[in-house]
Design a binder for this molecule. Structure first.
Ligand SMILES: *[C@@H]1O[C@H](CO)[C@@H](O)[C@H](O)[C@H]1NC(C)=O
Ligand SMILES: *[C@@H]1O[C@H](CO)[C@@H](O)[C@H](O)[C@H]1NC(C)=O
Ligand SMILES: *[C@@H]1O[C@H](CO)[C@@H](O)[C@H](O)[C@H]1NC(C)=O
Ligand SMILES: *[C@@H]1O[C@H](CO)[C@@H](O)[C@H](O)[C@H]1NC(C)=O
Ligand SMILES: *[C@@H]1O[C@H](CO)[C@@H](O)[C@H](O)[C@H]1NC(C)=O
Ligand SMILES: *[C@@H]1O[C@H](CO)[C@@H](O)[C@H](O)[C@H]1NC(C)=O
Ligand SMILES: *[C@@H]1O[C@H](CO)[C@@H](O)[C@H](O)[C@H]1NC(C)=O
Ligand SMILES: *[C@@H]1O[C@H](CO)[C@@H](O)[C@H](O)[C@H]1NC(C)=O
Ligand SMILES: *[C@@H]1O[C@H](CO)[C@@H](O)[C@H](O)[C@H]1NC(C)=O
Length: 822
């Protein structure tokens, strides 16, 4: 925010330094040069201007550049960066063959020039994209540019402008920061695409790597997690890597929006959006972002095979490695078992979750590999392969990256949606076994003894359990059996669960929820179960936990996932649920291949089911449960595609009943959180109603309401739908698998209900009870929804910092007064 204010102050300075320009069209020809008398070129639609300027008001230093022709004029390109003309004698002209020349009228010194393209009848035109193009008179600038400013960027990437290499010509487009805010000469930092190994985004400081944005993962750069939440509706990121080019670019769906990416003087990449009503550039994201990933500072801070993160910037070694030098991480880590060789068939891999992928300058990609298993195979067969990962996270594309060297600059994110899994080769040949993995031979020996003892104890307990089971069919959660009569919740042994899940084998992992990973398991009797291994952040004692679980086990409804039992043992807290063969709802909504399976009837049944389940939680059960994390991935589908809400009561387990105490932990998912919950931690059944509304819109449109919000532009589904709703065009957004002709009015009615659910004021939102009535009823809905509540994503980053929140809220306010139709 501060930078926006500074930027705007700068804009102000800049604008005072311009003299009022006279318009000379958009074209420069050999007969029509531009002098520093206020003449400018203005692009066809008026968005950009080219002319002379001084970055600091009153300074005699003059530059030729291109700027946004908006109230806060913003320079995006400078020709003579390091060589200003002193005084107003400058002249930009064109030679007969099409070479641009910047000269000082008095001395005829050449301050800057473009290449000589040898054209017959040349002209240079300032395009509406901001590109200044030299070409043959009258030809098409997009195909026949002989020279273009987009190939010689300054510090700014505009929509449609490419960063990176044309490999056939060797043209390398990179951006270089200004020296200072008042001096456009080349600064310390350069950002570009490095094509060694697998192409990566890099920022250099001089000849040193300053920061690594990492390889492209199909959605964004591995090191810029915010791109993953970026927006399918408005802002599109693209990357091409083939034998012709290795380039990144972005574009905007709507030509009325302005956005730019700048490498600033501190070496940070900042993205801005222009807010018309606010008359200012609003920062949307920055990379590297040390507030989200403290490790994201400089390259290789933990040395070879070291891992940084996820929270404090601390180094550890990868599993199977140990520090080379106890005093310094610069030396990194080496293999535990230096003598062991590679076994191309039996070596195993350990999964490192949520990573920014390590340096790929020595990696190799095969983008056409169709599955991770093939990738693993490729790595196994090559003895120098140390790790592998998917190269493409978008859609169901996979691709394969393998590393054949030590791993550098590997960092972990603490946000589960940010990173990606890396599979690191373990030289030892043994099954993956978390609990028993040991490093040295000595420890292995002692572990062996311990294991034998545990095994003996386990067998003994199995035996006694078997005897006891013959007397009684099930074990009860309460340890004192005599008091357990009315409680039907079995208490599972850790051993039983370990056995059922192959010792929590990673291949059995179904997913990772907010409260811990979920595994698929099969009991000895054959019943399939889903096992949720709770993370250890709960402060609850064993008794409190048991009480909560038993309360929750009593909630039984057709649209809630059934809890089968629990396990509290050895510091583990585990919940055992019935297994849902169809998995969660989200792939059915967002995967192109699966979404065609859901027609409107099925979608309507799913909506009704979720509503009934939620009503039961809110009102019909003995406990009033606020779910607090309702989202597509928390709705599971059984064989008949009946929706079942999962993870209900988790917020209760983790925080107890005292709502005031919960202020330290936000439970929930950006995108589904109501504004009052996200901003002020106020939750009620109406915050669940908000999430339900978002889910409803996702079910109808098949589009995800992403976690990045911005008030000033249509960056999320809610605001997009809201503006289409007001224009009466909302049916445009309805997913293709819904047949409009059959179900149009019903769908429209559901959208209206959804919009009622996501209204800004909790008091305006209906209860689940009235929502069900509205869904069940065919009568026209009299009530009209008001403005949805939008959440500003950045408000979450530091919720204790009220000043940031105030700023963001005021920006939100700006957006609400924004004229429609943009
Ligand atoms: C751009 O500049 C010209 C000339 O100063 C002005 O007439 C025009 O209104 C501007 N266009 C926009 C879109 O601001
Ligand atoms: C460019 O070509 C058009 C016709 O194609 C002609 O009218 C115009 O005068 C030419 N401009 C210059 C600068 O030669
Ligand atoms: C690379 O540059 C050449 C020459 O300008 C051009 O013909 C070619 O289309 C460019 N390749 C790509 C992939 O843009
Ligand atoms: C940036 O691009 C220029 C021009 O192509 C090139 O000379 C320079 O080496 C590049 N810098 C880096 C760090 O890639
Ligand atoms: C560069 O961007 C960061 C992040 O937005 C900001 O904190 C910093 O002040 C900027 N540096 C300059 C010199 O503007
Ligand atoms: C990439 O993988 C596919 C599928 O395994 C294989 O057919 C192809 O030859 C591989 N390409 C290269 C360059 O190794
Ligand atoms: C292993 O992979 C690397 C990188 O693709 C390659 O250079 C090397 O030749 C491969 N080694 C073997 C034994 O296949
Ligand atoms: C990634 O996968 C998606 C979906 O399969 C595909 O459309 C896209 O082209 C792939 N991207 C790359 C870089 O291979
Ligand atoms: C990654 O996830 C798997 C499966 O949940 C788990 O077994 C493993 O411990 C995790 N690895 C790390 C380093 O957290």
């Amino acid at each position: 925010m501060k930078s926006a204010i500074i930027a705007c102050f700068l804009c102000f300075l800049l604008s005072t330094a311009f003299t009022s320009p006279s318009n000379a069209g958009d074209t420069l020809t050999p007969r029509q040069p531009i002098s520093d008398d206020g003449s400018t070129l203005t692009s066809d639609g008026g968005r950009f201007q080219l002319g002379f300027f001084s970055p600091v008001a009153g300074s005699p230093d003059r530059y030729i550049g291109v700027w946004y022709n908006i109230s806060a004029r913003t320079v995006v390109w400078v020709a003579n960066r390091g060589r200003p003309i002193t005084g107003r004698s400058g002249r930009l002209s064109m030679s007969e063959n099409g070479r641009l020349l910047l000269t000082d009228g008095r001395s005829s010194t050449i301050y800057w020039s473009s290449s000589s393209p040898a054209l017959v009848e040349p002209e240079a035109r300032l395009l509406e994209s901001g590109n200044f193009v030299v070409m043959e008179n009258g030809s098409d600038p997009s195909s026949s540019a002989a020279w273009q400013s987009f190939d010689h960027p300054t510090d700014t990437l505009l929509p449609g402008m490419k960063l990176g290499w044309n490999l056939s010509t060797g043209l390398n487009r990179n951006i270089t920061s200004w020296a200072t805010s008042g001096d456009p000469s080349p600064g310390d930092y350069v950002a570009g695409i490095d094509v060694a190994g697998v192409p990566q985004l890099l920022v250099w400081s001089g000849t040193q790597q300053f920061w690594r944005g990492g390889p492209w993962n199909g959605i964004g750069f591995s090191g810029i997690p915010v791109m993953r939440q970026g927006n399918a509706l408005t802002l599109h990121y693209e990357f091409a890597s083939n034998s012709d080019e290795a380039v990144y670019w972005f574009y905007l769906e709507s030509s009325t929006l302005l956005s730019r990416l700048v490498l600033n003087e501190s070496g940070l990449l900042e993205r801005f959006f222009w807010s018309d009503p606010g008359n200012l550039w609003v920062p949307l994201g920055v990379a590297p972002d040390t507030s989200r990933n403290p490790c994201d500072k400089r390259v290789s801070s933990c040395g070879a095979n070291g891992v940084c993160g996820p929270r404090a910037p601390t180094c550890t070694c990868l599993q199977g490695f140990r520090p080379k030098n106890r005093r310094s991480w610069d030396d990194g880590c080496e293999r535990d078992l230096p003598t062991a060789g590679c076994r191309s068939r039996t070596d195993t891999f350990v999964t490192v979750n949520n990573t920014k992928l390590p340096d790929t300058s020595k990696a190799t990609a095969n983008r056409s590999m169709a599955s991770l298993d093939m990738c693993r195979d490729w790595c196994l067969r090559n003895c120098s392969c140390t790790a592998y990962a998917a190269s493409n996270l978008s859609g169901n594309g996979n691709g394969c990256l393998i590393w054949t060297s030590d791993l550098y600059d590997l960092t972990l994110y603490d946000n589960e949606e940010a990173g990606q899994d890396l599979y690191v080769r373990q030289i030892e040949s043994r099954p993956l076994n978390e609990g028993l993995s040991t490093n040295s031979l000595l420890r292995r020996a002692s572990a062996f003894i311990i294991v034998s003892v545990i095994l003996a104890a386990f067998l003994l307990s199995l035996l006694s359990c078997w005897i006891w089971r013959r007397k009684k069919r099930s074990l009860y959660c309460d340890e004192e059996e005599t008091e357990g009569k009315d409680l039907d919740l079995p208490l599972f042994e850790l051993n039983t669960i370990a056995e059922a899940t192959d010792n929590f084998w990673m291949n059995n992992k179904l997913g990772q929820g907010g409260f811990g990973p979920v595994y698929k398991g099969r009991l000895v009797e054959g019943q399939e179960i889903a096992v949720k291994r709770l993370s250890k952040t709960s402060s609850q004692g064993v008794d409190e936990f048991k009480n909560e679980v038993m309360l929750i086990a009593k909630l039984q409804h057709r649209n809630l996932v059934r809890l089968l039992g629990c396990c509290i043992q050895g510091g583990e807290r585990i919940l055992v649920y019935e297994y849902m063969p169809n998995g969660s709802l989200d792939p059915f909504l967002f995967d192109d291949t699966k979404s065609v399976l859901l027609d409107w009837t099925m979608r309507r049944n799913i909506i009704l089911g979720i509503a009934r389940g939620l009503l039961y939680l809110h009102q019909d059960s003995r406990l009033r449960i606020i779910h607090r994390d309702l989202k597509a991935s928390n709705v599971l589908l059984d064989k008949e595609m009946t929706p079942k809400i999962s993870d209900f009561g988790m917020a209760r387990i983790f925080s107890g009943e005292d709502t005031e105490r919960n202020t330290r932990r936000v439970v929930g998912t950006y995108g589904y959180m109501s504004p009052e919950y996200a901003m002020d931690r106020i939750f009620s059944i109406k915050s669940d109603v908000f999430s339900f509304g978002v889910l409803l819109l996702e079910i109808i449109t098949g589009r995800k309401n992403r976690g990045v919000y911005h008030s000033t532009v249509h960056l999320n589904l809610l605001s997009h739908i809201w503006s289409l709703w007001k224009e009466g065009k909302v049916m445009e957004l309805v997913t293709q698998s819904i047949d409009h002709s059959l179900s149009g009015t019903e769908v429209l009615r559901c959208i209206k209900i959804a919009l009622l659910c996501v209204q800004e004021r909790p008091g305006d939102r209906p209860t689940m009870h009235s929502i069900l009535k509205m869904l069940d009823n065919d009568n026209a809905l009299e009530i009209e929804p008001s403005q949805p509540g939008f959440v500003d994503f950045r408000g979450h980053l530091d919720p204790t910092n009220s000043s940031i929140r105030e700023q963001d809220l005021s920006l939100n306010y700006v957006s609400m007064t924004m004229p429609e139709g943009r």
